[in-house]
Design a protein around this ligand. Structure first.
Ligand SMILES: Nc1ncnc2c1ncn2[C@@H]1O[C@H](COP(=O)(O)OP(=O)(O)OP(=O)(O)O)[C@@H](O)[C@H]1O
Ligand SMILES: [Mg+2]
Length: 285
């Protein structure tokens, strides 16, 4: 709606986990490095946790596009499955067609061996893993047991909110716990990264190469969108550095700027938007 006014190609602060907008903050960079290390060194089970909206799914999607050619992946998004459904969807995602359901583990094992012999590394990524029931986590442990004398055949990345750790800490899952070789907990953006994050997203959405033509508003020439320092401070306070909350407030702020025909997003605009979104605030919550 406001894109034309600001001369943007698309909305910069969508709340989807589009990897095209990936901002390499210190913590996101560290998270990716841990995952790549775990996968490339065939460490077996890797766990990535983080609070709601900190960027876990975005990291998964970014990772999927940046793993080497010899890495094949299965990505499970909403693991509310039974044991056989989980296995089925892993197998489907790897592109294996089992003849019968009974064959599934056998087929998967053969597939992993074949791929391993061909020099490939297989990775299973399970997002929202905090929702996995203990029996499914145990099933995943059994899959990660598949190995040759030297290497794990399947690397498993479990991604989830901090409750995932509570699951893993259950007494019955101590075998799984012992097999977790790499862990990373992603925190919010630092205060000094928030401005860079906002600018990065604006840039990807085309804010820098916008034409100098007329916008929707009659007399308003497209100018650079500017967030004042006070506005950034207020966003930082509202969001606690959580990217999804930053996106929500910035999207609303751009709409408010469009309505009042200004490219300058100041403290008052943000304050008004925070008033409207207040109930989402981590600080206020
Ligand atoms: N490093 C990043 N670069 C760019 N955008 C990001 C980054 N991290 C998070 N975001 C944005 O923040 C929003 C939330 O990210 P995402 O959905 O990945 O969070 P999440 O941790 O998976 O949340 P949930 O716990 O609810 O599943 C998305 O719009 C995403 O694009
Ligand atoms: Mg997510």
């Amino acid at each position: 709606m406001y894109c034309q006014f600001y001369g943007l190609k698309e909305r910069p602060f969508n709340v989807t986990s589009d990897p095209a907008f990936f901002f390499s903050s210190k913590k996101h960079k560290e998270a990716i490095s841990h995952l790549i290390y775990g996968v490339s060194q065939r460490k077996g089970i890797i766990v990535l946790t983080g609070e709601i909206g900190t960027g876990k799914t975005t990291i998964c999607r970014f990772l999927l596009n940046h793993l080497g050619k010899n890495v094949k992946t299965a990505f499970i998004l909403n693991p509310a499955f039974s044991e056989s459904q989980l296995l089925e969807s892993i197998i489907k995602d790897f592109g294996i067609a089992p003849k019968t359901k009974l064959d599934m583990v056998w087929e998967l094992n053969n597939f992993l061996l074949r791929e391993s012999n061909a020099g490939n590394n297989l990775v299973l990524i399970v997002d929202e893993a905090q929702n996995l029931k203990p029996n499914l986590l145990e099933q995943i442990r059994l899959l990660s047991n598949l190995e040759t004398e030297k290497d794990k055949l399947l690397q498993v990345i479990l991604v989830g909110q901090p409750e995932l750790n509570n699951r893993i800490n259950l007494y019955d899952l101590r075998q799984l716990r012992q097999r977790i070789m790499v862990r990373y907990h992603i925190g919010p953006l630092d205060n000094d990264e928030i401005k860079a994050y906002i600018n990065h997203r604006l840039e990807v959405a085309g804010a820098q190469d916008r034409p100098q033509g007329h916008s929707l508003a009659s007399d308003c020439q497209s100018k650079k969108i500017e967030f004042s320092n006070e506005a950034i401070d207020a966003i930082s306070c509202f969001s606690g550095g959580t990217p999804r909350l930053i996106n929500m407030i910035c999207d609303r702020a751009l709409l408010a700027g469009f309505v009042t025909e200004t490219n300058h997003i100041d403290f008052n605009i943000i304050k008004r938007c925070i008033g409207e979104l207040g109930s989402y605030s981590v600080k206020a919550g």
